[in-house]
Design a protein around this ligand. Structure first.
Ligand code: NAP
Length: 275
């Protein structure tokens, strides 16, 4: 049975650390959370972020806008938040409702307040290895690997999924850690051939049961970023946990793995933005 990479416990200790840092600051950091429309999943994420802020002593302010608020009013709000001295971090909850130009909105956020690290300037800095903010999910994965003394250096890391917010920055960050990196996506022929080569396998797709036991090399480290809902409403990742945990040396559970780490990294980025 694989060792569980316990993101929940590690995140708890990071939140505690962040709280100590916040307590030592003259003014608490401020995080503006912008949500447009009433996507139920987004609402849960925003509520969780507000709870995390409260636990750390970060002042979170929610800006809940109706779905039809329109791009110009949203951009005006971002401009106002960019200017505000009390706001150190700005987060626009994604996905935005249909009709919004997501890139236009993200690029309007000041790169100095871009705690999600989605702004092009921050993305480019990650590419160069000269960064301040890191995107929360891949940063959380690296933090988890570090905590369990899993060094990507010289390892073959296979990342499944190549989104701008998870897969691509994950691959880049593993490359900065001197791993040999393969990135797979929907057009990858014979996914199993690639995943079986992985010493460290990171899956970020959003498909239940995508990674089965026979797709994992014995002794591999398996990180499951996926968040899916089964028909009964319960949460699971992309990896067949029961089967893969018999083959892998280490594995993240869902829930309790990468999710809480992502949330903890946002708190850390917000403190960084205020310093
Ligand atoms: P996304 O933007 O939908 O990207 C999914 C990626 O998977 C795309 O690159 C897609 O390739 C690829 N893909 C789709 N089907 C595939 C297949 N059968 N084989 C190989 N690759 C395939 O999603 P995302 O935002 O990166 O998120 C991925 C998953 O992680 C979701 O379940 C999301 O909920 C979860 N997530 C979790 C956290 C966390 O904190 N734990 C944070 C963020 C996201 P194409 O683009 O070529 O179609």
């Amino acid at each position: 049975m694989a060792i569980i990479l316990d993101g929940k416990a590690l995140a708890k200790s990071i939140v505690k650390e962040v709280k100590t840092q916040v307590n030592a600051m003259a003014e608490p950091p401020g995080l503006a959370v912008v949500i447009v429309g009433d996507n139920p999943a987004s609402r849960v994420y925003v509520n969780n972020k507000k709870k995390d802020c409260q636990a750390c002593g970060i002042v979170s302010t929610e800006y809940a806008l109706p779905e039809d608020v329109g791009e110009s009013k949203l951009l005006a709000l971002i401009d106002e938040l960019n200017q505000s001295k009390d706001v150190h971090g700005i987060l626009v909850q994604l996905p935005l409702p249909e009709g919004y130009d997501v890139q236009k909105i993200i690029q309007a956020i000041s790169p100095l307040k871009d705690v999600d690290a989605f702004h092009m300037l921050n993305v480019g800095r990650i590419f160069n290895g000269d960064y301040s903010f890191l995107p929360c999910t891949p940063a959380g994965v690296i933090e988890l690997l570090d905590y369990y003394n899993i060094d990507p250096k010289g390892k073959h890391c296979v990342v499944v999924g190549h989104s701008n917010i998870v897969g691509k920055p994950m691959a880049m960050m593993l490359l900065h850690r001197h791993a040999t990196v393969t990135v797979c996506h929907i057009h990858t022929a014979d996914l199993g051939f690639h995943t079986r080569q992985a010493d460290i396998l990171v899956c970020a797709v959003g498909k239940i049961g995508l990674i089965t036991g026979d797709m994992v090399k014995p002794g591999a480290v398996v990180v499951d970023v996926g968040i899916n809902r089964r028909d009964d409403g319960s949460m699971c990742g992309d990896v067949d946990f029961e089967a893969v945990s018999q083959v892998a040396s280490h594995i993240t559970p869902v829930p309790g793995g990468v999710g809480p780490m992502t949330r903890a990294m946002l708190m850390r980025n917000t403190v960084m933005a205020a310093n």
